[in-house]
Design a protein around this ligand. Structure first.
Ligand code: ATP
Ligand code: MG
Length: 651
């Protein structure tokens, strides 16, 4: 039946539930499910009132708004008449009470350290803002940011926001081509970069990449270069200017550009797990309200927290939860430049111990990598400062969730699995740690004001327990406004599945408690004998095996079955692949979730192909499984060798 074909079969069973620890709830911003429900009901009954109040609470408004929402599907304008400035909200607002509080605790990969207080950060931002103005950057101009994870990255973003320039951060690990493509698409006038950045003990040649890209970025008039490597600066092009020379002598104050709520704040190209990167455009006020609110609620932020989100500013997580969210809340945010396992497997735990980090927000790929390395590294460090753990980026396999909770959180810290996207600007589905009982592998419930629903392609609600397509059925303040330079793609990608309803591209189901379980991207769903299986659940069963570190499951066309399931598996350190282990793993999956999900083929791999943000790229594995040359865009792939190795294995 067409109807059942549209459902995604769910095979995972998970019954563990962890209520919030009492001491945590007592001190939390939201203390109970009653708190959550009350806010949820308020927001659903009167969204304009709810979001209007939130917007007035979260932001300083130079000019108030009258209209909360102007919704002409699929186009939304929020807080229409208001004017504000995001740099003002992140900095000036705090100077009276937090001038000497650390805003940024920075640690470079080589071990160098810097603290920037709110007072110092404001000065850096204002000087650069004035410097950019002196280069002719005006409100609405696009500025590219191609920097390592150093404080300058945050300074650059805030300086743009201060003068109403639109920033477009390109991850420092991206190549010349990727940079070029994005800067051309954005029409950037200025690019901010550094002579290099440290990664795994070596220098990433950022300036060299920019130099090569300059040949093909006609819009770029100036390149501002920060010093990072300690080498003499080689400014090889008349368009290049040293950062310190530019800001030297600039005034410490810079009047903020009071922009209208819908003024564009940034363009961010998505990581491209599924194809050509899209320039997701976010505007100022709506984005800011959600970034600020969710940082405080989801991470239960308190004045004395030392908050560490390990994401790079090249991703949306770095935008919302390294820079804007924490700084709007006056928090102390940790920035670490380098690789998680450099110089040793305990670098993360070392940082947590040294800075006494209280909140850690990282990705399942990192968690699985640490699991693979073994428990002894975190166990040797003092992680007792931690009080909350977060996860984002991919579905977190229940076994990885449990490890995170038990080994890193020592059973004490609530785990928040946060579902959201570049396009949503901020967290959408997540536990509130003082209120929501958590279940390993579930992002739990939508935040108040967020209408996440699981529907079939005809728009009918899918019954609890069955998989379907995840939609957001009402607008929210931090939704993307368009795909930069391609308004049709905005409509086509997000609003053509069901008119007026935002399609996330993800498959999900709800359980009997209404909790959301993300099942993977709809493009990755595998059809086995009439059952559509989400990849995440089959992978989670594999990861639950004690020898397995990571798994990716894809479909391969099969004459007999239509589709055969192929699982790519990496093992924990010290374990060797064998035909017996293949059999054992296939049996393990059958036993855990049923014969339907039993892989037809298991392939051991040293590593899985991932985006530079650490997500498994299943579309490439589909080609490998089918014995084809991997096709499509591979510029966002972290390591081409991984793909080559897999293809070779095949022969
Ligand atoms: P592209 O859209 O270019 O393919 P991308 O989707 O990987 O790239 P992001 O916006 O960074 O880029 O990622 C959002 C996606 O990541 C979600 O749609 C979802 O598939 C996945 N994701 C993020 N957080 C979670 C989570 N907590 N649980 C499950 N999946 C998640
Ligand atoms: Mg996406």
């Amino acid at each position: 039946m067409a109807e059942t074909q549209q459902e995604i079969s769910s095979v995972l069973t998970e019954t563990r539930v962890f209520p919030p620890p009492q001491e945590f709830s007592q001190r939390a911003h939201l203390k109970s499910m009653e708190d959550y429900q009350r806010l949820w009901d308020e927001a659903a009954r009167n969204p304009d009132k709810y979001w209007g109040e939130r917007a007035r609470e979260e932001l300083y408004w130079k000019e108030p708004f009258q209209t909360v929402l102007d919704w002409k599907p699929p186009h939304a304008r929020w807080f229409v008449e208001g004017r504000t400035n995001l740099a003002y909200n992140c900095l000036d607002r705090h100077l009276a009470t937090r001038r000497d509080k650390p805003a940024i605790l920075f640690e470079g990969e080589p071990g160098d350290r810097r603290t920037l207080t709110y007072g110092q950060l404001a000065v850096e931002v204002n000087r650069l803002a004035n410097g950019l103005k002196s280069l002719g950057v005006k409100k609405g101009d696009r500025v590219g940011i191609y920097l390592p994870m150093v404080p300058e990255a945050a300074v650059a973003m805030l300086a743009c926001a201060r003068i109403g320039a639109v920033h477009s951060v390109v991850f420092g690990g991206f190549s010349t081509e990727a940079l070029q493509e994005r800067m051309k698409d954005a029409g950037a006038k200025v690019v901010l970069t550094a002579d290099g950045g440290w990664r795994k003990g070596a220098v990433v040649p950022l300036l060299k990449n920019v130099e090569a890209a300059l040949k093909n970025m006609p819009s770029v008039e100036k390149v501002v270069v920060a010093r990072r490597t300690g080498d003499a600066l080689a400014l090889t092009d008349s368009r290049m200017v040293a950062w310190d020379v530019l800001v030297n002598g600039q005034s410490d104050t810079c009047e903020p550009e009071w922009v209208e709520s819908e003024h564009p704040l940034f363009i961010l190209y998505t990581s491209g797990s599924t194809g050509k990167p899209k320039g997701v455009l976010h505007t100022t006020a709506g984005y800011a309200v959600v970034a600020s609110l969710t940082t405080r609620w989801v991470f239960d932020l308190r004045e004395d927290d030392v908050y560490w989100c390990t994401a790079d500013v090249g991703w949306v997580t770095g935008h919302s939860y390294v820079v804007y969210g924490p700084l709007m809340n006056g928090a102390t945010t940790v920035i670490y430049e380098g690789a998680p396992t450099h110089p040793g497997p305990d670098r993360f735990w070392d940082i947590i111990e040294r800075y006494k980090a209280t909140i850690l927000y990282t990705a399942p790929t990192a968690i699985r990598a640490f699991m693979r390395l073994g428990d002894e590294y975190p166990r040797k460090k003092n992680l007792s400062s931690l009080r909350l753990l977060g996860s984002v980026g991919e579905p977190i396999n229940p076994e990885a969730w449990m490890w995170y909770r038990d080994v890193i959180g020592q059973g004490r810290c609530p785990v928040v699995d946060t579902w959201w996207q570049t396009e949503t600007g901020g967290i959408m589905i997540s536990p509130l740690p003082g209120a929501t009982p958590t279940k390993p592998g579930s992002a739990t419930l939508p935040l108040p004001g967020i209408h996440a629903e699981i529907l079939d392609r005809a728009g009918n609600p899918v019954p609890k327990g069955q998989g379907g397509l995840l939609f957001v059925t009402r607008p929210w303040p931090s939704m993307l406004r368009t795909v930069y330079g391609d308004p049709d793609r905005y409509v086509r990608t997000y609003f053509s599945e069901l008119p007026g309803k935002y399609f996330t591209g993800d498959g999900a189901r709800t359980d009997m408690d209404g909790y959301f379980w993300l099942m993977g991207r709809v493009d990755d769903v595998v059809n086995v004998a009439g059952h559509r299986l989400g990849t995440a659940e089959v992978e989670s069963a594999l990861v639950a095996h004690k020898l397995v570190s990571e798994a990716a499951v894809v479909g391969r066309p099969d004459d007999l079955k239509g589709t055969a399931l192929v699982a790519f598996v990496t093992l924990k350190q010290g374990n060797a692949p064998s035909p017996e282990l293949k059999k054992e793993l296939a049996q393990h999956v059958s036993k855990e979730i049923g014969a339907i999900a039993r892989p037809d083929e298991i392939r051991f791999a040293e590593a899985l192909p991932k985006t530079r943000s650490g997500k498994i790229m299943r579309r490439l594995l589909r080609d490998v499984a089918a014995g084809k040359q991997a096709s499509g865009d591979t510029t966002t792939l972290e390591d081409l060798n991984v793909l080559a190795a897999l293809q070779q294995n095949d022969e």
